[in-house]
Design a protein around this ligand. Sequence first.
Ligand code: PEP
Ligand code: MG
Length: 839
Amino acid sequence: MDSAYRFTCPLANGVHARPASELEHVARRFSADVRVANERTGQVANAKSVLGIVGLDIRHGDPCRIATNGRDAAWALESLKVFIEQKLPHLDDAPALVEVRPGEVRLPPVLRQANATVTPGTVVAGGIGMGRAFVMVGFTVPGSIPLTGVEDIEAEREKVEEGVGRLLSHYDARLDAHDEGEEADVLRAHLSLARDPEFSQAIVHAIRDGGCTAAGAVAEAESQFSAMLAATGSALLQERALDIRDVCRALLREIYGTALPPDEITLASDAVCVADTLTPGQFLALDRRWLKGLVLAHGGTTSHTVILARSSGIPTVVGVAGLDAAALDGQDVVVDADLGVVVTAVTDAARRYYDMERRRLEQRRARTHRFIARPATTEDGHRIEVAANVGSAGDVTQAVAGGAEGVGLFRTEMLFLARKDAPSEDEQFEQYRRAVVNAGGRPVIVRTLDVGGDKPLPYLALPKEDNPFLGYRAVRIYPEFEGLFRTQVRALIRASAFGRLQVMIPMISCMDEVTWVRGIIADEQSRLSGAGLEFNREMPVGAMIEVPSAAYMLGPLSEALDFFSIGTNDLLQYFLAADRANPRLTTLANPLEPSFLRLLYRIVSEVHRCGRWVGLCGEMGGQAQYLPILVGLGLDEISLASPEIASTKALLSGLSAAGCRRLLERAMQASTARDVAHLLDERDHWTPMPLTEPELVRLDADCHTKEEAIKAAVDLLYAAGRTDRPREVEDAVWHREATYSTGFGHALAIPHCKTDAVVASSMAVVKLRSGVDWGSTDDQPVRTLVLLAVREADQATTHLRVLASLARRFMHEDFRNHVEAEQDPAALCRLLHENAESD
Ligand code: PEP
Ligand code: MG
């Protein structure tokens, strides 16, 4: 008997390859026949076929129906319902573009005058890469392999069947070796396509009824399914044609072996791949040590190739029209995915521009790097630990290498998601043990399972709720799934023998929950102890403060718990009653809302009054603009994504804790988040920076033009952390330069600007190896430039005074000679500083 269930497609991008392959995965577990229908178009497909599902062109809001028929039909339907309600809504591949900038690009002055060929495109993975172009062409079956005229139909069909079998084992083996990350997701999608019954049927049909050989039949199937995807009109689905091409290519390789041209392209030096389109398989076959960039004429923004390029950090520009690929082969090419252009016919000047860019980025990185090994403190010596948020033991190694002083949040649900059943005690123990070992003696806060709400676990089959964020999730489900929780607790207790492991409970809202959890932990500890196991009996147990009620129970909670960590993501949404995932509420859900700051202040002071430790592990901790507030709160720790750790420590070193406390006091008295943002802009809480310092001096710069010289000076500001918007500073300088040349005569220039793109008024000095034309009053080439970038608020004081003083001093030949002769950056800074500040 047929059982059916109706639903509306919740995915903004419709049911494309990934959700389709997950749906197929669930359907395949049952012997029942499963059909899915798009009631908008009236089409029906086999739910065990990804291609069938994809071909239904199910778009956002389409009414759909799923029906099962056969022995286990009822069970199948129940599981599919859970999948559709809980998992499907989270399977959208939102096109997570780094940036898209088609069409016109405003080039920086140096590049504008470099005379190279600059072609704009759409940026899908950021960065800058340079190398020799090699052109990848599409795959065609060699003429030596016939496409038709098969004699023994059965033998040909068997050849295909065996090939598919080998291909499936091949994908399985690769997935066994590599089961996490984007590459594994792509392999899984390819595996689903390769075992798709409609795919096999199309091939067999072409052999039986069309007289095709295996090669001809695979080519037929490829064009049939690509046409089907093209007909949907959806860019997202059209891009999946590349995956079909990959699977067809891989299948032909299994069938014909070495009769096909090799897949591998050997790279031995920096290279940029230029292609019309590139399949994910072709991308994976490239040696990513040498691959410095990708330029694709087509290839949309959401193809698997693009997703893989982004996760491998390969700068990629797509939609680049009008490049003569054949003429480019072997030529130098720059993929500038910061500007959104591809640079060809690379001139010396363009090469110098990119050398400068490389230097600029390397120097900034090197500056940030210095903070990796340093303890995080403010300029006035206030200590605040900077820890990492992680999702696996492997992440811990990376975090420590990036400067993490501990792990502030290990989200263990990552170990439970995307699998058929919960990980065993031993599996978990191994992860937690490795996490503390990888942390090398640093504390590791492991949060127990936080599922439900926005993190459904299909195998727990949690009931659908109208309001999941206020529902059955995290610590609230532990009593029902006590076995699951006890398993995790045992694994944690065992791992505590290997390092500084701390256990943290999510979503605590009242004392009873803590009492229950502590009871279970004590119970498991005594059992393990009875079994003679070694572990840390003092293992700290703490709680997330992410439900507002907990903020008003900190006295009793502190008696039962050792530490706390504030989860601002949930705390903010519950406190302001603003769903954290609702884009319409982002203005309301602002962590700078004065009421929220008061709540945070209450939590930190109350926990400290009770003699306990408190950190913060929500997204607020990872956003640089909030750092002064977090320091002002007096938190013991902040925990954030590991790539930001060293730069956060660098920023901390410039903050005054006393200034941050004053800032927080004023912020809590403010009426709106906007007012707080203005207080942050005043920058009174930053330690004043000297006008200049040795890092802002460059001697012996090899610049050929005024444009390069100005860029060299602005790059110093960037490398020293005085601006994050160097192009804005450069524009401001050129804006000033347009009124009249700042060439002062006597081989000197004082380019200057007013801009809040610098964090402090700054003076940079560049001495040039050889003079450049500046349009100076005396027509002499400039050999020394002193660039002055002043914040708007300082303009009345610093700007005019410094400019006037320097101009007066430079009138004197002695002073000029002194500046020119001085080769020690520190001495030069002193000299300029003293003279710039005097009258
Ligand atoms: C939080 O709520 O701030 C938090 C860190 O937990 P999650 O984002 O995992 O809910
Ligand atoms: Mg949370």
